[in-house]
Design a protein. Structure first.
Length: 240
């Protein structure tokens, strides 16, 4: 019988420890130094074992930190429009937010087309990290036509849900959205914001949201979101 490679033995031992509950979801694995001493192997062998755990979906990596056991993903349906706050609360977790930047500026040519604006129209932009139970869930960048939301910059979006403000303070009913999804690797600032290693897979979504403004259905929001794939998984019900 062919002898099992050392890295594979370590990988299988860690998988067994994960399944037994020794390392529960969200917990950190031992450091490279600890594993090197425990199994009397080289750092290269340990790294190969850790890379195999990552490749097979057992762990995730954060920049400059140990690997941690991947958490069971929560299901989220794509058939209804929900705010981040609503969805996180629906999953039994506590939402929180960090505002990275916000303010007013002139719309870009692309935003002019997407949001059906005039060349000199202003937009309100909002860049945030959304947390579920104090752990990063997604990074999102949002743009709204300012003419529909005068003085929206006065609200504290580290404390308030954007959709709650839109519907309850501006009395604008959100009606539908067009959403695009694709898988991409974490890069540059997004990896830093979400505290993950570069090239960790993320789910990228871009969307245009529509609302009822004084009886007309108009584009009221354009946003981009980068989701950590170990926190949520998405389901889409289809009928023939």
């Amino acid at each position: 019988m062919e002898k099992q490679p050392k890295y594979e033995y370590i990988k299988n031992a860690l998988i067994e420890a994960i399944h037994s509950g020794k390392y529960p979801p969200g917990s950190e694995l031992p450091s490279e130094n600890e594993l090197t001493e425990q199994y009397s192997v080289s750092r290269i062998t340990v790294r190969r074992a850790i890379d195999e755990l990552y490749r097979t979906g057992y762990i995730e990596k954060k920049q400059g930190k140990r690997g941690y056991v991947r958490e069971t993903a929560k299901e989220q349906e794509l058939t209804t429009i929900s705010s981040y706050t609503e969805e996180i609360q629906r999953q039994g977790m506590t939402p929180s937010r960090k505002v990275l930047s916000s303010g007013l500026r002139l719309c870009s040519p692309e935003e002019k087309e997407i949001l059906k604006l005039d060349k000199a129209d202003a937009v309100f932009y909002l860049e945030r990290i959304i947390y579920a139970d104090q752990k990063p869930l997604c990074y999102t960048s949002t743009v709204l036509p300012y003419k529909y939301f005068r003085d929206i910059e006065s609200y504290d979006f580290s404390e308030n849900s954007l959709y709650n403000i839109i519907e309850q303070q501006f009395h604008l009913r959100i009606t539908d959205s067009i959403l695009k999804l694709k898988a991409i690797p974490a890069k540059d600032d997004v990896a830093t914001f979400l505290d993950v290693a570069r090239d960790v897979p993320l789910l990228y979504s871009s969307a245009v949201t529509y609302g009822d403004y004084q009886g007309d259905i108009l584009p009221i929001e354009s946003f981009q979101t980068y989701y950590l794939t170990d926190r949520f998984e998405y389901t889409l019900a289809q009928k023939r």
